[in-house]
Design a protein around this ligand. Structure first.
Ligand code: WTA
Length: 678
């Protein structure tokens, strides 16, 4: 954590004090009458004094081949093992166990982007058949076995959860890379996870265009090989079964068209592997404070128990619900709350291709009406966009939500109110769920059947999660004190990541480095988990998250590491230094803005500016596109040579740069300000 980023958190703390407390709004009696969790004694049962045994209530939601011997093993703290010795299979829990009673029920509704293409409804029986057949292909054609890693770079499609569940069935660890990530970002993840198999789809639709996706992964394979990991098998699903919809040719000996190859396995059944609870289920790469994304490793038993409980108690999913989470499955929200949680509960989960605002602002509400969606889950960035382009659209459609979720970034109270009044028609209960890729499931939220909602605040720790806020010196900031600090969690929980793939040290340093006092401690009490977020806790325990305290920018609810963008800029040979700062954006929340200085003797040109912008799209993807690339004569620096991002941030956001006279080059500040602000 750099010094100047701490200053950001202090100024955010001051803002927090001036925010007014919002009023509390109670979920309707109709909602509470049907809610899965209304028993307030849960907070007593899930108190720290009863830790960790209370978590067996979550594990009991699953079907186990063998019950665990120990709830929590701390012998390798902070790499905690949950439900040690227990055996289960995630695909069995999400599919097989529902067949006896619900085989004809829809598991997945897939909505294609072109509206004249049919919506497909995949029953649990069909999901079972397709997952088994694909698992047979993975085993026999791709020669994958328990413990191997596989990278999946696929767009939103029914085939994506089928692929994930087939991996889970045979104990293969999946690493899904968001479909919009570039070839280079995908290659990095192939290399880090040592995947010799890459699974892709030939094409997909986004905002009216059929994109050639295979091309991206051809390039990813080439880049991965340069990075030391050969992809010997690329499995290509067809967007239109039976027909290739990508002009990129197949590579002899490497590429296999899944839809053709599957014919060999029609009707095949693959016995689920009996996985130990602590065996990894998947990796999900996420941005941190350094240039290299880290692979958050999630275990099978703890993770699945946790997300199932969160889906049941916080999202209030019942088997008869039609649930639509708008996230992309390529992010943790999609893993936990499109695939594993809802399917473990035997709900019907909606997956859609494209974007919410194309072909028009009514698309989301039309889908909700057609599929009779009653639980809706999205992010503030989508809510802001939908509110902007079609504030009155929801009223034109007949749908009825009983429950809505928001996730991923702080939501402004007025945006929250539009979501509540217009989208939810003042009837749906809202939960604002605060959590992270690393945490597997929710950290803070109201339990909708128990607590009122407070616009702009997530809520207290969910049952079992005990948050604590520390200041920079490690002093505890009590709820209601009005000061913001680093929000940490006092106890481990089953959904928590197990480690950073292949880098235990990085796991320890990134998440426990600041507040752990004894690196050798085997006691869970000595390992508070550090989220990296600044938050204020009100006297009623409700947590308001203010944003990251580290070098991470939250763009549209997606995390981007400033170092990652800066490293991408530095791949341009002419660039000497690069600094990224977050700028406020009406829809996205934040947007990165980039400053670069050039090597001596090199002239700033528009071509060079474009070259830098292109390098970022190439290295990471369009999602990391910067608002501007400013080529500056020099960076503002302290006398010890430290780059002052804070000063650049103030210029970008038209804020106060503060006293810059102590800098080594104070004159540069005014020069940059003129360039940026005109
Ligand atoms: C932010 C997404 C405010 C936070 C599930 C966190 C939030 C980061 C909320 C994790 C929320 C997530 N209110 N901020 N309800 N939810 N965040 O890993 O800064 O993509 O650390 O996981 O998003 O982003 P990630």
């Amino acid at each position: 954590m750099s010094d100047d980023s701490k200053i950001v958190s202090t100024s955010e703390a001051q803002i927090a004090v001036h925010w007014k407390e919002e009023e509390l709004i109670n979920p309707s009696e109709e909602f509470i009458a049907q809610a899965n969790l209304t028993d307030k004694s849960i907070y007593e049962r899930f108190s720290l004094a009863n830790f960790p045994d209370y978590y067996t209530e979550f594990a009991d939601l699953l079907t186990w081949y063998k019950k665990w011997d120990e709830v929590l093993d701390t012998s390798d703290a902070p790499c905690f093992k949950w439900f040690k010795g227990g055996k289960l299979n995630a695909s069995y829990n999400c599919i097989d166990r529902h067949l006896a009673k619900n085989k004809n029920k829809t598991a997945i509704h897939f909505v294609a982007e072109p509206e004249d293409e049919r919506v497909s409804h995949i029953t649990y029986q069909e999901l079972y058949t397709r997952v088994n057949e694909f698992a047979a292909l993975l085993k026999n054609t791709a020669k994958l076995k328990r413990g191997d890693r596989v990278t999946i770079h696929m767009p939103m499609s029914a085939e994506l959860p089928i692929t994930m569940l087939a991996c889970a069935r045979i104990g293969v660890i999946h690493s899904v890379v968001f479909g919009g990530f570039s070839s280079s970002a995908c290659a990095d993840r192939v290399v880090d996870s040592n995947s010799r198999v890459l699974i892709t789809m030939d094409s997909y639709y986004r905002a009216g265009k059929l994109l050639n996706h295979k091309e991206v992964d051809d390039e990813a394979c080439a880049l991965a090989e340069k990075g030391g990991q050969k992809v010997d098998t690329m499995l290509v699903w067809q967007r239109y079964p039976g027909k290739m919809s990508s002009p990129s040719p197949l590579v002899e000996g490497r590429d296999i068209i899944v839809n053709q190859e599957l014919k060999k396995y029609y009707g095949a059944l693959v016995e689920p592997e009996q996985m130990l609870a602590e065996e990894p289920l998947f990796l999900m790469y996420t941005s941190g404070t350094t240039g290299k994304p880290k692979g958050a490793q999630h275990g099978t038993g703890g993770y699945l128990a946790y997300v199932t409980a969160m889906s049941k108690y916080i999202q209030d999913i019942h088997p008869e619900d039609v649930y639509w989470c708008m996230a992309d499955i390529g992010w943790i929200t999609g893993h936990s709350f499109i695939v594993y949680g809802p399917l473990a509960l035997c709900a019907s989960s909606v997956i859609y291709e494209g974007v919410p605002t194309y072909p028009d602002a009514g698309r989301s509400w039309r889908i909700a009406q057609e599929l009779d969606v009653n639980i809706f889950h999205t992010a503030p960035t989508a809510i802001r966009a939908l509110r902007k382009v079609g504030p009155d659209e929801p009223q034109k459609y007949r749908y009825k939500f009983k429950h809505m979720t928001t996730v991923g970034e702080p939501i402004e109270p007025e945006v929250w109110r539009w979501y509540y009044n217009v989208v939810g028609r003042g009837e749906a209960a809202i939960v604002d769920t605060y959590w992270q890729t690393e945490t597997g499931g929710f950290l803070c939220s109201t339990v909708p059947g128990i607590q009122p909602m407070k616009p702009g605040s997530a809520g207290p720790g969910v049952p079992g999660i005990h948050p604590i806020v520390f200041d920079e010196t490690g002093e505890v900031l009590e709820p209601g004190c009005g000061k913001a600090g680093n929000i940490c969690i006092q106890n481990p929980w089953p959904g928590m990541m197990q480690t950073v793939w292949g880098d235990r040290n990085r796991f320890v340093e990134s998440y426990f480095g600041m507040y752990n006092k004894d690196r050798n401690s085997k006691k869970w009490q000595d390992w508070p988990y550090m989220t990296g977020d600044a938050a204020v806790v009100a006297s009623d325990g409700y947590v308001r998250v203010l944003g990251r305290i580290d070098d991470v920018i939250n763009v549209s609810g997606h995390r981007l590491g400033t170092k990652e963008i800066e490293s991408a800029a530095l791949t341009v040979p002419e660039v000497a230094e690069a600094a990224v700062v977050p700028v406020a954006h009406e829809i996205k929340g934040k947007e990165p803005e980039l400053y670069v200085s050039l090597k001596p003797g090199i002239e700033a040109t528009p071509e060079l500016q474009k070259k830098v912008a292109d390098a970022i799209t190439f290295q990471i993807g369009k999602i990391a596109k910067c608002k501007n690339v400013w080529i500056v004569p020099d960076m503002p620096k302290t006398r010890s040579g430290k780059l002052m991002r804070r000063v650049l941030g103030a210029i970008s956001n038209k804020g106060d740069v503060g006293n810059v006279m102590t800098l080594a080059n104070p004159e540069i500040v005014e020069e940059i300000r003129k360039m940026v602000q005109g």
